[in-house]
Design a protein around this ligand. Structure first.
Ligand code: TYM
Length: 336
């Protein structure tokens, strides 16, 4: 894929290798990736460097990385047409991140709400990587001159930082980076925890009942939805703060069926939460079951998965090296 010889947009997004992806990742990001892949030049990555900010066993990180890669293939993203790779296989990201660290103000990084949340949650390991995490993310994006970055709501602030860094750098050195636009879907950008619907659904939540994992069997999906927190009103409609749990289930149902909220309210008029939750479970299963089957099929062929990852990294590295060479020259590193 040669960026300068095509007028297609470059779309880029990554997912962290920090656990099995959830319905939140799927509805907030993966579904949009799949749709955008049809008409753009796409680059998708498994962010294993980012995953190192939280301590884990080396064997677990290795397994989660290749499993996440297989999941991206299972989504139907074509490794021939798109560039799909593991972040740590293209070491240029880490070098650019260092350069960008020097063009990011401490105060800017300190404002990131995800840093504040994560350092509160992992008080025993507030490492510097957690702090500079959004700068590495900016490097991921800027090194490929991405035009559009499809993400969920929680990544909006990081995207804003990437834009600021790009503009600052370009302001000093000329037109080096493309200033990326976030792409946040109208619906599904913030799928909430099934147990605490004031928090986002997260794959690293210690309470497994709070999220639906894309590898959960059908009966587990149904059980988790059945035990989702709702309210005592027993009427299905999209309401305010007091209806957070139902609003979240309605959003999930809308994303899986393509229905709007008015149609959902009409479908469940006069019915209770039991009927509604059963329908939500069926809709989620219909969406996820084929993906899970495909994932299991692809993961069983490890040689294929590894071959795709290797080819993807080679294509990515070619592009990354080009940008990095330009950056190194611009900032004044001695060239021979
Ligand atoms: P990560 O791995 O947390 O999530 C991957 C994608 O899923 C979205 N997402 C959600 N969307 C809706 N509802 C939810 N509950 C939910 N949970 C997660 C995220 O917004 C994201 O789009 N820092 C990134 C990974 C990353 C990246 C990048 C992304 C590294 N480099 C460059 C874009 C560009 C992250 O941790 O995503």
């Amino acid at each position: 894929m040669e960026q300068t010889q095509t007028d297609k947009k470059t779309v880029l997004s990554f997912v962290q290798a920090s656990g099995t992806p959830t319905l939140g990742n799927y509805l907030g990001a993966f579904k949009n990736w799949h749709e955008m892949a049809a008409e753009n030049d796409c680059i998708f990555g498994v962010a294993d460097l980012h995953a190192l900010t939280v301590r884990s066993q080396p064997a677990d990180l290795r397994r989660r990385s290749i499993e996440m890669y297989a999941m991206l293939l299972a989504l139907g993203l074509d490794p021939e047409k798109n560039i799909i790779f593991l972040q740590s296989h293209v070491q240029e990201h880490a070098v650019l991140a260092w350069v960008l660290d020097c063009y990011t103000q401490f105060g800017e990084a300190a404002r990131m709400t995800q840093f504040k949340d994560k350092s509160a949650r992992h008080a025993d390991n507030v490492n510097v990587g957690l702090f500079t995490y959004p700068v590495l993310m900016a490097a991921d994006i800027l090194i490929y001159k991405a035009d559009k970055v499809p993400v969920g709501d929680d990544q909006k602030q990081h995207l804003e930082l990437a834009r600021n860094i790009a503009e600052r750098f370009n302001g000093i050195y000329g037109d080096v980076f493309t200033v990326p636009e976030p792409y946040i879907g109208k619906r599904g950008a913030k799928i909430l925890s099934l147990q605490e619907p004031e928090k986002k659904m997260s794959k690293s939540d210690p309470n497994a009942k709070s999220f639906i994992s894309l590898t959960d069997p059908n009966d587990v999906i149904a059980k988790k939805i059945k035990s989702a927190v709702t309210d005592s009103e027993a009427r299905v409609y999209f309401g305010g703060e007091e209806k957070k749990g139902i609003n979240n289930l309605m959003t999930i149902y809308a994303c899986c069926t393509g229905m709007d909220f008015a149609a959902i309210e009409a479908q469940f008029a006069g019915k209770g939460y039991g009927d509604f939750k059963a329908a939500v479970a069926d809709a989620v299963v219909a969406e996820i079951e084929p993906l899970r089957t495909e994932y299991e099929r692809i993961l069983a062929d490890k040689a294929y998965v590894e071959a795709c990852a290797k080819a993807g990294a080679q294509k990515a590295q070619y592009l990354a090296q080009k940008t990095l060479r330009k950056v190194m020259k611009k900032v004044g590193f001695y060239q021979i």
